[in-house]
Structure formats: C-alpha cells, structure tokens
Design a protein around this ligand. Sequence first.
Ligand code: ZN
Length: 173
Amino acid sequence: MKPENPPGTPYKRNDLEEGRVLYTEDSLELWYRWSLGKYLSKYLEGLKEGRILGRYCKACGRIYVPPREVCQYCFRETDEWVEVGDTGRVNTAVVSYIQADRSRMDKPLIIAVIELEGASKGMGILHRLGEVDPEDVINRKIFGKKVKAVWKPPEERTGSVNDILYFKPVEEV
Ligand SMILES: [Zn+2]
C-alpha cells in the first residue's frame, strides 16, 4: 500500500530553479568576541607553555581543571594555581562519524572525558583520543586506561585547547 503524503504540497527541484520558492545559498559569516576572563586566559596561556593548570580550593581540597574562580561545593573563591600532569585516565569516550555540519566522516573522531593526574576525581577535560582503535571505544576497553597528551610543537601553539593534538594510550588497551 502506498504511504499517504503528509499534509501540504512538497516542492520539487525545478520549483527552486524556476524561482517559485524563495531560498538563499549564502552562508552567514559571523564574528564575535568573547572575554575569557582571567582564569581561562591563564589556563590557555599555560597550554601554550605545555602546562595544564588548575585551581585549588583549600577548604575542600578539590583541584579544578579547567580552573574555576569559585568552588562549586564551597561557594567561595578558589585559592591557588596548581599544575597537573598531562597524563590521565579515560573516564568515558564516544566514536563520532558525524561532522558539525552533519555530514559523514570516513575516519571517525574519538572524543573522551579525561581525568588528569593531579586533578580531583571526577574533574575531566573533554578532548580527542588518537592512536586508538574505534573498536576499543565501542567495546569499552579504553575506559579507565592511562593516556598522555600529544602536544603541538611549541612554535605552533597558540594558547588554545588545540595546543594538545590528542591524548594517546600509554598502556596496553
Ligand atoms: Zn571547595
């Protein structure tokens, strides 16, 4: 049985070509500025130097990475800058074959939450995993494994989260 058409009149390709339907093929180019504030700025400056910085709250002992101005548990200003390691463990990860524009990628991106050594448990940064078989994400073998940052060469760093190219496993998956 032929499915019923939804309500309305579907348009056809030549409706577009012959100008019966208004549309635009322009893409919008939008520029904006966003003030990072002093904490995120210092974090990104640290990345440019190959260091990962966090903030320590001496009231509860938590170390925030990325740094936070205010401790979300104590509702007070954090106290000190601390440097944490560029190694950590994979808390969770996902394999994505879909780009931001929803087109399909042949080689997937693997995005993970990484709990850095030196930061408090449960503080994870979102970053890419590399040198990982997507199957090891799908079958969860990568979860809990130790990974290390692979940095851009110093002269190519710009003070961005992308100064770290990805994290790679340093123990057998
Ligand atoms: Zn606290």
